[in-house]
Structures are given as C-alpha cells and as structure tokens.
Design a protein around this ligand. Structure first.
Ligand code: NAG
Length: 174
C-alpha cells in the first residue's frame, strides 16, 4: 500500500514538474518570439558627410522619383535618356515606345550625383549644370551619345529610304 502511494506521489511530482517545465519553455519561447523592431534607418542612412557640399542645398536628396510634369511626349528622340529638371536632375527618364507611360522609366541618381545630359550618366553634382539639360536633349539624336539610339524620330521616313546607310552607321557607333 505504501509502495503504491509513493509511486502515485512520484507520478504526480513528475507530471507536475513536466507541466511546469513545459510552461516555462512556452514562456521563454514567447519572450524570444517577441517582435524585434529593426532599426532600418541606420542601415539605410547613407553617409552624406563624405559628399562635398550641403545635402539638400547643393544637391537634392530624393528617396524616390517625385511627381513631376516631365513628359516624354515632346522629347526629340525615342528611345532616349532625359534629365528631369524639376528634380534638379537627380531623376532622369528613359523614354521609349510608351509602354511605361507618358514619363517612361524613371530613375534616380545616387545622392551627390545628378544626371549629366552631356555624358548620359550620373555625375557629381558640381560637374552638372542642370538648367542646361533641356538644351542638350537633342544629343539623344547622336548615336555616339545616346546608348538607346535607334533612329531619329523625325527622320524615320527619310531613313527608311536610306535604311542601309543608317544600319552601317549603327554598326560603327553602337
Ligand atoms: C538620399 O539621402 C536621403 C537622406 O539620407 C535618403 O532618404 C534617400 O533615400 C537617399 N537617396 C538615394 C537615391 O539614395
């Protein structure tokens, strides 16, 4: 009788322990699973102090291309690359067949750089005179400058006649 009782006590004790242990495990598991707030801002923040000039003053610091009135409808050549003057030239557009809408594909140069319409590339802000960009849009007609060059828009019909000549031109310069 005593033997049976002690086994019973033991069982209760063991069961009690295991329940307890389970509870503790659950508890600590819960604590571990607490949502951790990632501090992404510190990772995303670029060290702008390495860039000469004052951020947001000497050069824009857009996070994404903002809403602007830029339109591909009046550009001299398709496909082509065009600086967006409203963003201080940090944004540029690749205008092509209209698939991407009226503004083409939009891109941002990294902070401290602007789209250099003369070079068709992002360049340090102090090398770029953004206000001059629209005057240089016509460089898109130049197959040596425009990396997307196909055929100048207005000359399409004439060029169809002189098609072979143009093809040779492309072979040389692209
Ligand atoms: C420029 O810097 C700002 C401020 O740090 C940041 O929010 C933005 O994402 C950066 N832009 C680019 C294109 O990296």
């Amino acid at each position: 009788m005593y033997f049976i009782l002690s086994i019973g006590t033991l069982l209760v004790t063991v069961t009690g322990l295991s329940i307890n242990a389970g509870y503790d495990e659950y508890n600590s598991g819960y604590l571990v699973a607490q949502p951790t707030i990632k501090k992404e801002s510190s990772k995303d923040k670029q060290d702008l102090s390495k860039i000469p000039g004052i951020a947001g003053h000497d050069y824009p610091i857009y996070h994404k291309v903002p809403e602007t009135r830029f339109s591909c409808e009046h550009v001299p050549a398709l496909p082509g690359m065009y600086a967006n003057v409203e963003t201080g030239c940090q944004a540029y557009h690749v205008c092509h067949d209209g698939r991407e809408g009226e503004q083409g594909s939009k891109f941002l140069c990294s902070n401290g750089t602007l789209f250099n319409q003369k070079e068709f590339a992002c360049d340090w802000w102090y090398n770029v005179d953004c206000r001059e960009a629209p005057k240089l849009y016509e460089l898109n007609l130049d197959p040596k400058k425009n990396p997307y060059f196909q055929k100048p828009k207005e000359e399409n019909k004439q060029e169809q006649a002189a098609g072979e000549e143009v093809e040779q031109y492309i072979k040389i310069f692209v």
